[in-house]
Design a binder for this molecule. Structure first.
Ligand SMILES: Cc1cc2nc3c(=O)[nH]c(=O)nc-3n(C[C@H](O)[C@H](O)[C@H](O)COP(=O)(O)O)c2cc1C
Length: 191
């Protein structure tokens, strides 16, 4: 795998004093803007806050309890919204796929410039809609924290303990199939 993908992880122990420049933050937003988009619809929108600005403060107020313990130390928070499409299941599904692709590219771009990026579903979407006057035709799906990983000794023990947990994934032969479902791709005969 590419080192950017291999080195990516969702940290929580962020340095609460680290800042992100507007240029760096813009590069992350551009990475999201240039993600593949179903039918060239481009349904994804961002609400962007840098620590200490009002938008950031508003975004931190939407965090659920579990995320409120670490995410306010982010250098920036980005609320990723997409088309609501209440009457069109296909459009609604792919509007969400577009978010996944945008967030993935944003995470890798952030990593490439020395920031960690951590996606969150743990926020109050309705509160965000009210606070930022998000129109009815959009829905917030993901809150993305960008932060500089702090030295372990600067991180509270409960957060450090979570960051130090081993990261695992299902083995490839349980998730990638060939011939028929359940038959591992890795043991398929290779022509
Ligand atoms: C859609 C989505 C929502 C997530 N929501 C949260 C969240 O609310 N809080 C959190 O700490 N992590 C959240 N995560 C991060 C996952 O916990 C993390 O990706 C997972 O534990 C795997 O760890 P890794 O990213 O380091 O590989 C979310 C990830 C995704 C993709």
């Amino acid at each position: 795998m590419h080192e950017l993908i291999e080195g990516r992880w969702s940290a929580r122990g962020y340095d609460a004093t680290a800042e992100i420049s507007v240029d760096d933050l813009t590069s992350v937003l551009d990475a999201g803007r240039w993600a593949p988009t179903w039918g060239r619809v481009q349904p994804v929108r961002f609400v962007v806050g840098r620590r200490a600005d009002d938008t950031f403060a508003g975004l931190t107020e939407t965090l659920t309890r579990g995320n409120a313990g670490w995410a306010p130390a982010s250098a920036a928070l980005i609320l990723v919204c997409t088309a609501a499409e209440p009457d069109d299941e296909k459009a609604r599904t792919y509007a969400a796929v577009d978010v996944g692709l945008a967030v993935s590219q944003m995470i890798l771009q952030a990593n490439s410039i020395g920031f960690n990026a951590h996606p969150m579903a743990g926020f109050d979407a309705e509160k965000a809609v009210r606070r930022f006057a998000i129109p009815e035709d959009r829905r917030p799906l993901v809150l993305l924290g960008l932060g500089a990983v702090a030295a372990p000794e600067q991180v509270a023990s409960d957060i450090r303990e979570r960051d130090e947990r081993p990261r695992t994934r299902l083995p490839l032969d349980e998730v990638a199939f060939a011939d028929t479902w359940g038959h591992p791709f890795t043991s398929s005969p290779h022509p």
